[in-house]
Design a protein around this ligand. Structure first.
Ligand SMILES: Nc1ncnc2c1ncn2[C@@H]1O[C@H](COP(=O)(O)OP(=O)(O)OP(=O)(O)O)[C@@H](O)[C@H]1O
Length: 539
């Protein structure tokens, strides 16, 4: 037996192996000898493992005193994934050092062949505090204080490329200064890509009530990104303000059906000041690119904090939120890129369209800025063949760098077997660094624009496109509400004018073949072939 105490811990061969892996790697600085740990009571069991109240025997300098700690015992992972997990933990520990707003991570240990994270014990959580209050909600000033504490913490973790993915009031711990900090720092994130024992657990990276649509199946409906945390945080904000958990009383399956399939949003209480209602509604946009980032949420709550402390909502009603742009993009979507003098630009296509409405600026160069604020105003664009620069609203332009603009369909020049070759460009920096969403990847792929080429995709019959390029296709004529997901790399465009035999060939496929007008000047049809592949045809 390795340990004796309140919890009888068997000696596991796996612990020794784990210890050897740790001892030969970078993680040795964080290693805690399991013999110095005593598990007392289990206080939680979630999708990632168990949480235990424990005691840790201190060092000699500490006179060998026992401290209360909390141990997160992760589900067992296969041996070949162990080093990957430990490297990710090492990265997490290093990044969290000195970060305010994160619970104090004390070290890594192993028990029963499972990796354990040892962290400081805190007296309670925001969730506990809410449970003690009448109606389950916090006072407005407390809620605001915690929301601002937490948004600052998330922002700091995001700046270190860590996603939280499990934001909920019971994971917001309270320190001795009544500041809210994170208890579950990045655990679902480091477990991404590491198979868990049960496929059901693997499907859920988070707690269903707080999960964004893309979080349910990140490699199919994803990727997950910073704005995935905006959804989870907005769910927590709603709960802190109302005392009601989003999707309260619903099963995981019912929540999946509502959030992912029916695209429903959690309820937002009425009577909120417009800027808060606006930012929360933004957080519940289905496509994460349309959601605000944590910095936007923080800005809104900070700007209203003083008014809340001096009496309540009443003064806030006069603050009017920004309007949605006429092109169908949210202000949050548009604010993610700003224009500078010298940028190449072109007219932005309307949201969810592959065709430009107008091409006032087929291509031009920004020669002057008239921004009234960071995300509003006009720019002067020099267009070839027009004498004077055009004065154009920023929201109607997109930046083109090395021939690419965010939102473009792109194809990898060299295929990578881990994901579809065709994806959607999410961002391109002026230095050519890109982030692309591909089916098959849980997070954005970072790389260089030189690895990409443009990919043309027809959008007839496609209801909408997920942020990784996954096509959501409905078959007209089918009575069920079902839709199908298709990999853009496997959808083929065929033109009848260049392939006259095509009409004849598919005439007999009554059940699988539909045609209707899709745009004013174009008729298309989509066939579901016997092997389940889709064939997209333009007539
Ligand atoms: N370091 C800590 N100090 C004190 N309490 C903690 C600490 N970490 C977690 N807790 C509390 O322990 C309880 C269980 O935590 P746990 O993280 O296992 O929650 P869960 O909902 O069961 O699972 P998960 O968070 O993984 O979804 C929660 O009420 C949480 O507030």
């Amino acid at each position: 037996m390795a340990l004796k105490g309140a919890y009888e811990c068997e000696h596991f061969e796996g612990d020794n192996r784990l210890r050897t892996v740790v001892a030969t790697s970078k993680q040795k600085t964080w290693w805690i000898n399991p013999a110095t740990l005593k598990l007392r009571h289990r206080i939680g069991r979630g999708p990632f493992g168990e949480t235990w109240l424990a005691t840790l025997r201190g060092s000699r300098e500490d006179y060998g005193e026992y401290h209360e700690v909390v141990v997160k015992m992760l589900h067992p992972v296969k041996e070949d994934h162990m080093r990957v997990l430990l490297d990710k933990l090492d990265d997490l520990f290093s990044k969290c050092q000195g970060v305010e707003g994160v619970c104090w991570l004390q070290g890594i240990s192993a028990m029963n062949g499972k990796v354990c994270l040892v962290m400081k014990f805190y007296e309670g959580s925001v969730g506990d505090k809410m449970a003690r209050h009448k109606g389950g909600k916090l006072s407005l000033s407390n809620a605001f204080r915690y929301i601002i504490n937490l948004a600052q913490g998330i922002l700091e973790l995001h700046s270190k490329e860590i996603l939280l993915l499990n934001l909920k009031p019971f994971n917001f711990l309270l320190d001795e200064y009544n500041q809210a900090i994170f208890g579950d720092v990045g655990i679902p994130f480091i477990l991404l890509g590491i198979p868990l024992p049960s496929s059901d657990l693997a499907r859920r990276i988070g707690t269903p009530n707080y999960m964004a649509p893309e979080q349910w199946q990140p490699e199919v409906r994803g990727p997950i990104s910073f704005e995935t945390d905006s959804w989870g945080f907005a769910c927590s904000i709603v709960e802190m303000l109302t005392g009601v958990q989003p999707w309260c009383g619903k099963s995981a399956h019912e929540i999946y059906d509502a959030v992912v399939r029916k695209q429903k949003k959690p309820c937002i209480p009425s009577g909120l000041p417009p800027p808060i209602e606006n930012v929360l509604l933004g957080c519940f946009e289905y496509d994460f690119r349309s959601r605000p980032l944590m910095t936007d949420i923080l800005r809104v709550f900070k700007s209203l904090q003083n008014a809340v402390h001096s009496g309540g909502w009443t003064d806030l009603e006069s603050i009017i939120p920004a309007e949605k742009s006429s092109s169908g993009y949210t202000e949050w979507f548009l604010s993610k890129d700003d224009l500078q003098v010298g940028d190449m630009v072109r007219s932005r296509k309307p949201a969810n369209s592959c065709k430009p409405d107008n091409m006032d600026v087929p291509e031009g160069t920004v020669v002057g800025l008239e921004h009234s604020t960071e995300r509003d105003g006009f720019v002067l664009v020099r267009v070839h063949g027009i004498h004077d620069p055009l004065r154009v609203h920023v929201s109607s332009l997109e930046r083109v760098t090395f021939g690419f603009a965010a939102g473009d369909w792109v194809r990898m020049k060299e295929e990578d077997k881990r994901h579809s070759p065709v994806g959607i460009l999410h961002s391109i920096h002026r230095d050519g660094n890109v982030a692309v969403g591909f089916i098959g990847l849980e997070t954005l792929r970072k790389g260089k624009s030189s690895e990409l080429q443009m990919a043309g995709i027809l959008q007839y019959w496609i209801c909408w496109v997920l942020p990784n390029g996954c096509l959501v296709v409905k078959f007209p004529g089918r009575i069920e509400e079902d839709y199908f997901l298709a990999d853009p790399a496997e959808v083929e465009a065929v033109t009848f004018s260049t392939c006259p035999g095509m009409v004849k060939k598919y005439q007999h496929l009554e059940d699988h073949h539909w045609a209707c007008e899709t745009t004013s000047d174009c008729v298309g049809s989509l066939c579901c072939q016997g092997n389940g592949d889709f064939l997209l045809e333009e007539m």
